[in-house]
Write a protein that binds this ligand. Structure first.
Ligand code: FBP
Length: 698
C-alpha cells in the first residue's frame, strides 16, 4: 500500500502540469526577464560627449564649497551625440577596458536591478573584458571589500525584477576619514575606474564626499537618485526641473494604491470599517499625494499642509487684544484629530460610517509639539553619544532607564543652564504621552541621524485621539448616522403613526435624503421625550419598536482596521515607467563617467514628456547640499524635496478632496488603478503628480 502511495506521489510530482505550476519561475517573470527597456536615442550613437550647461544655476552652500572643493564647481552636464567629433584619444578612453563598482545604499526601490543592467550592457558594449563588481549589502561591502563579479547570467536573471536582492543593500554611512580611506583602499585594490552609488539623498551625499576623497586617485564617483519616497527632485534657481522624481516612486505608489483601492471596495461593501492606511515616506508626503490621485480615498493627510496651518480664529482673537498668538501657527495633534473627526462625522451623516483614510508615515514631523520633541531628543541623544563615547540606547536599553535619564537631565539642567534643552515642563509633557509613543520618539536614529518614522505607530497615536473625540461628539449628539429616507419609510409603513409627523419630531432635516436625529436625542429616553412632547405617543406608552430600530441604526460605532504600506511596495516589480527610467539611468551613469565626470548624479530630464524627449544629464551633487540638523549637530546633506503647496498637483488635490471625501449623499468616487501591469497596454505611463506638475499652458 505504502509503495503504491509513494509511486502515486512520484507520478504526481513528475507530471508536467505540476512542474509548470510549481516552478519558481512563472510566465510573468519570464516576460519581465526578456523585456528590453527602451533606450534614449542618444545611446544609439557610437560615442557621447558632454556639454556643460552653466545656464542651469544653483546657489552653492558655502560649506559645500569648503568641504567639497574639487566638485563644488561642477556644472550641470548634458550627454550629447558626439559622433564624428571624438578625437582618437577620446575614443581610446571610451573603449578601454574598465573596472566599475556598483553599490546599493538605503532602502530598496523598484528598478534598482535595471540600473545595474543598463550599466552592465553599456560597459560591455565598449569593451567585452570590462568588469562590473557589485558590493554586497550596501556600503558595508565597500568598507569590508565584500563583492561579487556581476556576470551576464546574473544580470539576465534580474532584468526588470524588483528588490535589490542581486547584491542586497544596507544603511551604513561612510562618515569618517577612516571609512573614506577604507573605501578608497577597496576601490584601489579592485583597480576601479568608476564607483556608482545607487541611493537616496543621504547616499548621494555620501557619493559626493567619496567623489571628493577619490579625486586624487582618478576614480570617478557617480550617484543615481533612488528612493520610493520621491523626495529627490531637483529644480534650479530658475525653477527649471532637472530631476522630476527619483526612481521607484511610481511603482511603490502604484503598488500601495492597488491595495488601498481594494480596501475602498471592501469598505463600501461591508459598510462597517474605516480602513486607516499609513503610507511610507520618511518625511515628505509625495507617496501619499500620489496615492490620493490613484485611489480618491476619502480622507488624505498631507504633512506639509499641516505644517503650513494657521489658526485664523486665534490670530484674530489675539489681534483684538493687540497681541500675537504664536501658538496659532502650525498644527497640533488635538487640532488634527478634530479635522479628521469632521470628515468622519459628515460622512456618517450621509449614511456612510465607513471609509478609507491615508496617513503619511512622516506626518509627525509636521506636528508642532512632536517636532519639538524629535529635535530636542535628537540633540540629547547626539550629545550623550559624543560626551560619553557610548551609545545612548546601549546605556539605557529600557524605556524606564531612558525616562529616568531624561528626568535627571531636566533636574540638573534646571539648576545649571539658563535655557535648558530639556526642562521640567518638557519632562512632564513627555511623561503624559502613552508609553508606546514615548518609545517611538526615543527609537534609535538611523546611521544618518534620521528619525525612523517607520518604527512608530503614528496611526495609533492619531486614531486614539480621534476615537476619544468621536465619543465626545457622540455624547453631544453630533456624531450620528444619517438614515436613508427609503429605509425610514419602509420601516414606518408597518406602524400606525404618521411618518411625516414622527420625522419632524425626531429628525433635524426631515426633508433631506439622509435623515439625521436631532442632537438632543441620544438615548431611548430622550427619543421618547421627543415623541411625547409632540403628542405622538402618551407618557405611559413605550417607543414603538420600529422607531427604536431607526434610532439604533442612527447610533454610530467607529470601527477601524489599520494597514501599513511600505515594505511591500518597495519590493514590488517595477512599472514600465521605472523599468525604462532605471535602465537609462544605468546607461547615463556609464556615459557620464566615460566622459570623465565625477561627483555628479545621473538623471533623466523631461520625464514628464514623451519618452522621445527624455534627456540624460549629470547634476552636480555638491550644489544640492545644505546644512541640516542631524543627531543634534549641523551636517552637510542633500536637501529633501517636500510637497510644494503651490504645485499644480497639490492645488488639484485641494480642489477635489471635498468631492472625494464623499461627505454628501452622492456615491463615493473611488478610483480603481489596478495592479502594476507588465503585459497589456493599460498601465499608465508615469506618476499622476508628475503629469499634473508638468502642465504649464494655462
Ligand atoms: P530610502 O530613503 O533609503 O530610500 O528609504 C526610504 C524608506 O522606505 C522610507 O520610506 C522608510 O521610512 C524607511 O525607508 C524605512 O527604513 P528601514 O528599511 O530601515 O525600515
Amino acid at each position: 500500500m505504502k509503495e503504491e502511495n509513494d509511486n502515486c506521489l512520484k507520478s504526481l510530482l513528475n507530471h508536467p502540469k505540476t512542474g509548470h505550476v510549481t516552478s519558481d519561475v512563472n510566465t510573468e517573470t519570464i516576460a519581465r526577464r526578456s523585456y528590453s527597456p527602451k533606450k534614449i536615442k542618444i545611446f544609439a550613437s557610437e560615442y557621447t560627449g558632454i556639454k556643460n550647461c552653466p545656464e542651469y544655476r544653483f546657489v552653492c552652500d558655502k560649506e559645500a564649497v569648503k568641504l567639497l572643493p574639487d566638485i563644488a564647481g561642477n556644472p550641470v552636464q548634458k550627454l550629447v551625440d558626439s559622433d564624428g567629433t571624438q578625437t582618437d584619444a577620446d575614443k581610446k578612453a571610451y573603449r578601454k577596458q574598465q573596472n566599475i563598482g556598483v553599490v546599493f545604499s538605503g532602502g530598496p526601490a523598484p528598478g534598482g536591478h535595471n540600473v545595474i543592467a543598463g550599466l552592465y550592457d553599456e560597459m560591455k558594449r565598449y569593451h567585452k573584458d570590462s568588469v562590473l563588481y557589485g558590493f554586497i549589502s550596501g556600503p558595508d561591502g565597500l568598507l569590508d571589500n565584500k563583492y561579487i563579479e556581476i556576470t551576464r547570467s546574473l544580470v539576465d536573471a534580474y532584468r526588470n525584477i524588483g528588490g535589490f536582492s542581486m547584491i542586497k543593500t544596507g544603511r551604513t554611512k561612510i562618515d569618517s576619514h577612516e571609512k573614506m580611506a577604507q573605501s578608497l583602499q577597496t576601490c584601489l585594490e579592485l583597480d576601479l575606474d568608476v564607483l556608482v552609488v545607487i541611493g537616496g539623498d543621504d547616499s548621494n551625499t555620501n557619493a559626493a564626499f567619496l567623489a571628493q576623497h577619490f579625486k586624487q586617485s582618478g576614480i570617478k564617483v557617480i550617484g543615481v537618485p533612488k528612493t520610493i519616497d520621491g523626495d529627490i527632485q531637483v529644480r534650479t534657481e530658475d525653477h527649471e526641473t532637472l530631476c522630476a522624481i527619483s526612481f521607484g516612486f511610481h511603482t511603490a505608489a502604484r503598488a500601495f494604491s492597488q491595495n488601498i483601492s481594494n480596501l475602498a471596495a471592501d469598505s463600501g461593501s461591508s459598510v462597517k470599517y474605516w480602513h486607516i492606511c499609513k503610507v511610507m515616506g520618511r518625511v515628505a508626503s509625495h507617496l501619499t499625494l500620489e496615492c490620493a490621485f490613484q485611489t480618491h480615498a476619502n480622507l488624505v493627510l498631507i504633512g506639509e499642509e499641516l505644517a503650513d496651518y494657521t489658526d485664523l480664529k486665534r490670530l484674530d482673537k489675539a489681534k483684538a487684544d493687540n497681541a500675537i498668538d504664536y501658538t496659532a501657527y502650525g498644527m497640533t495633534l488635538r487640532h488634527l484629530s478634530r479635522m479628521i473627526c469632521d470628515v468622519i462625522v459628515r460622512r456618517a451623516a450621509n449614511g456612510k460610517n465607513f471609509g478609507v483614510m491615508i496617513i503619511p508615515e512622516g506626518i509627525l514631523e509636521f506636528i508642532n509639539e512632536i517636532q519639538v520633541f524629535i529635535i530636542k531628543l535628537n540633540t540629547i541623544i547626539g550629545d550623550y553619544n559624543k560626551i560619553h563615547d557610548n551609545d545612548f540606547h546601549y546605556s539605557f536599553p529600557t524605556l524606564a532607564g531612558k525616562l529616568e535619564y531624561l528626568r535627571r537631565l531636566a533636574r540638573v539642567m534646571g539648576e545649571t543652564v539658563e535655557f535648558p534643552i530639556w526642562n521640567v515642563r518638557d519632562d512632564e509633557l513627555f511623561n503624559q504621552l502613552p508609553s508606546f509613543f514615548q518609545e517611538g520618539l526615543l527609537v534609535e536614529r538611523d546611521t544618518h541621524g534620521n528619525f525612523q518614522f517607520s518604527q512608530v505607530k503614528t496611526e495609533k497615536i492619531i486614531m486614539d485621539m480621534v476615537k476619544e473625540y468621536l465619543e465626545v461628539l457622540k455624547e453631544r449628539g453630533v456624531y450620528k448616522i444619517g438614515i436613508e429616507r427609503s429605509f425610514y419609510e419602509t420601516t414606518m409603513s408597518r406602524i400606525m403613526l404618521s411618518p411625516e409627523k414622527v420625522a419632524r419630531a425626531i429628525f433635524k432635516n426631515p426633508d433631506d435624503r439622509y435623515l439625521l436625529m436631532k442632537e438632543s436625542i441620544i438615548s431611548i429616553k430622550t427619543l421618547k421625550h421627543a415623541l411625547t412632547a409632540n403628542q405622538l405617543i402618551g407618557p405611559d406608552d413605550t417607543v414603538p419598536p420600529a422607531i427604536q430600530k431607526i434610532f439604533r441604526k442612527s447610533e454610530p460605532r467607529f470601527k477601524t482596521q489599520t494597514h501599513f504600506y511600505g515594505y511591500d511596495g518597495r519590493g514590488s516589480d517595477p512599472t514600465h515607467f521605472d523599468c525604462n527610467y532605471t535602465y537609462n539611468l544605468g546607461m547615463t551613469a556609464f556615459h557620464l563617467a566615460a566622459n570623465g565626470a565625477t561627483g555628479q548624479m545621473a538623471a533623466i530630464q523631461h520625464l514628464e514628456k514623451a519618452f522621445d524627449e527624455w534627456e540624460p544629464i549629470g547634476i552636480p551633487i555638491a550644489k544640492l547640499m545644505r546644512l541640516e540638523e542631524r543627531k543634534g549637530r549641523l551636517e552637510l546633506v542633500i536637501e529633501k524635496s517636500l510637497v510644494d503647496l503651490d504645485s499644480n498637483a497639490f492645488k488639484v488635490f485641494r480642489a477635489l478632496r471635498e468631492a472625494w471625501s464623499g461627505a454628501d449623499s452622492n456615491p463615493d468616487r473611488y478610483r480603481r488603478p489596478g495592479p502594476v501591469r507588465f503585459t497589456g497596454s493599460t498601465e499608465e505611463d508615469r506618476p499622476i503628480t508628475l503629469t499634473l506638475n508638468s502642465i504649464t499652458s494655462l
